[in-house]
Design a protein. Structure first.
Lengths: 145, 145
DNA sequence: CACAAAGTGGGGAATGGTGGGGAAAATGGG
DNA sequence: CCCATTTTCCCCACCATTCCCCACTTTGTG
C-alpha cells in the first residue's frame, strides 16, 4: 500500500529518488509507464501483471486497442533502483509528463504516480467544495446509473 | 516481456541493432514478418507458434484468410543476430515499412515492432490528452457496450 | 545537540550501438 | 563450365550512453 505525497529533484541525468517507504515495498524493482492526465505510473511486478496481462497484441485486437497497447508498453520500462534508491526516467517519459527539475511522487494505494508541478496542482489539490462534489459524483455513478 | 522504445540507425547494408534488453530474451533467434499499420513484427519462437498456429491454409479457409495466411507467412523470415546483435532487414521488408536511415524499435509486451519515423510518430506518440482519451475508449468498450 | 538515515550530485569504468574493411559465398553472363 | 561481379557475412575499431561507485548535504530522530 503506497500512501503520501513527496517532492523530489530530478537531476540532469534523469534520475529520481523514490521515497524509502515505497522502495521497501518494491524489493524486486518496478515497472514504469505512462498514465492518464499526463502522469507516469510505477507498478510493482505483481500489480503490473494483474493490470496488463489482458492487453496483448494479437491479430484479433481492434485498432484502438492496438494503439493503446503500443503506447502503453512502448513507453514502459523495467527499472531497478541504484544503490541510492533512484530510478532513471527516459527522455520520452520526462517529455510526456513535462518533468523538468522537480517531480511529485504520489502513493495511490496500489501504485505510485509521478507528476510535474503544474499537473499535480491541477489534479491532486482541491478545495473542500471540489472534494465533496467529486466524492458525491463517484458515489452516484456507482449507485446505479 | 518486451518494453520500451528505441531509436536506432539502419545502415547502408540494411543492418539494424536490436536492443540488448530484447536480445537477452531471444537466445535462439527470432522470426520477423509484416504487421498492421505498416510496421514489421519480431516474434520469439514460442510466441510465433502460439500466434500463428491458428492460421493454416486448408480447403476450408475462407478467401480472406487464405490471403492473410499467404501474406503473413510469405513475408516472414527467420533471422539470427550477428556478433554485434544486429539483424538484416531485406529490401522487401524495408520497402513495406518505409524504413530509410532510422527505425523505431518498440517492445509491445509479447512481441517487438519496427517502425519508420513518420508512422511511429503518428501511432506511437500521443499527448496526455490523446492518451487519456484512448485509454478511456478502450476501457468503455471493455466494460460492456 | 549528535547521530543516523535519506536525498543529491558528479566522475570514471563498462556496456552497447555504429560504421567500415575484407573474406567467403552466391549469382549471372560468356 | 568457368570466370567476373555482386552480395552476404564476419571481424575489428570507435564513440556515446549508461551504470556503478563515492562523497556531500539535508532531514529527521533519539
Amino acid at each position: 500500500m503506497f500512501l503520501g505525497t513527496y517532492r523530489h529533484a530530478v537531476d540532469s541525468k534523469g534520475r529520481l529518488a523514490i521515497p524509502a517507504r515505497f522502495r521497501e515495498q518494491l524489493p524486486t524493482g518496478s515497472i514504469i509507464s505512462k498514465g492518464a492526465e499526463g502522469c507516469l505510473q510505477v507498478y510493482g511486478p505483481d500489480e503490473w501483471v494483474k493490470e496488463q496481462s489482458a492487453l496483448q497484441l494479437t491479430s484479433e485486437s481492434p485498432a484502438e486497442e492496438r494503439r493503446l497497447t503500443r503506447m502503453r508498453f512502448g513507453a514502459a520500462r523495467e527499472c531497478e533502483f541504484d544503490a541510492q534508491g533512484r530510478i532513471v526516467l527516459s527522455a520520452d517519459q520526462r517529455g510526456y509528463a513535462g518533468i523538468t527539475g522537480i517531480a511529485w511522487i504520489v502513493g495511490v494505494n496500489n501504485l505510485i504516480e509521478i507528476w510535474n508541478d503544474e499537473n499535480w496542482r491541477r489534479i491532486g489539490e482541491a478545495t473542500p467544495e471540489e472534494y465533496t462534489r467529486i466524492q458525491d459524483q463517484v458515489a452516484e455513478r456507482r449507485r446505479g446509473k
